[in-house]
Design a protein around this ligand. Structure first.
Ligand SMILES: Cc1cc2nc3c(=O)[nH]c(=O)nc-3n(C[C@H](O)[C@H](O)[C@H](O)COP(=O)(O)O)c2cc1C
Length: 203
């Protein structure tokens, strides 16, 4: 059972989170993480002119772009995005906006889906980003999955993460590492999506 981990990242934080979600997927027998990204929409001149962006993009240069078949073959999907004014990044939304072929055939219906997000600041909108992202995901017929309070890290996280999904506080310079609690919640989402996806496929 494949779990598609589809993300967009400018500075590399959400990419790090995607790898942690993949670790959680691998904890489930028979589940295989598939990490993919989406096309960049910012001009290359903007990226090349910013040290942090350039370094973030360099780390992701080998990540393949997602295809329609990646969506089709996935038994569960994790979507990762930096927060942009309390919403998902346009780059990820642009990819979702190209799903009408699958939408019209109902091919994404009944697939579990979870979101993971990164913000610059502590109260910068992780929860709004996930909640506002639910609208398109519900239109597509997917089943939203978060990380419930059986994950003790939710009680003690000093960075990101909520029952709505894993979160990371990247800091004003986008260089704060994903901390142990944030990492555990990323793994928990991967494991939960893989477990639920496997159950749905076998049921
Ligand atoms: C246009 C723009 C809007 C942003 N909006 C927010 C925001 O609403 N709240 C916040 O905390 N951070 C905001 N940020 C900071 C990003 O969320 C932060 O750079 C990101 O989480 C880093 O993830 P990445 O390393 O994967 O790119 C914004 C950044 C940009 C460029």
């Amino acid at each position: 059972m494949k779990v598609l981990i589809l993300y967009y990242s400018t500075f590399g934080n959400v990419h790090e989170m995607a790898k942690l979600v993949a670790e959680g997927v691998k904890q489930v027998d028979g589940a295989e993480p598939v990490i993919r990204t989406v096309p960049e929409l910012m001009p290359d001149s903007v990226i090349q002119g910013n040290k942090g962006m350039k370094a973030g993009k360099e780390k992701q240069k080998d990540v393949p772009l997602v295809t329609e078949d990646d969506f089709r073959q996935a038994g569960a999907i994790a979507l990762g995005t930096p927060t942009r004014f309390g919403n998902m990044a346009a780059q990820l939304k642009n990819q979702l906006d190209q799903l009408s072929g699958l939408w019209m055939k109902g091919e994404l219906e009944d697939k579990p889906v979870g979101m993971f997000v990164s913000t610059g600041s502590l109260h910068g909108g992780q929860e709004t980003t996930i909640l506002t992202s639910l609208a398109p995901l519900l239109h597509l017929g997917m089943i939203p999955v978060g990380v419930p309070y059986s994950n003790q890290e939710l009680f003690v996280t000093k960075g990101g993460g909520s029952p709505y999904g894993p979160g990371h506080v990247a800091g004003g310079d986008n260089d704060r590492p994903v901390d142990p609690e944030e990492s555990a919640l990323c793994r928990a989402l991967g494991k939960r999506l893989a477990t639920i996806g496997s159950k749905l496929q076998s049921g």
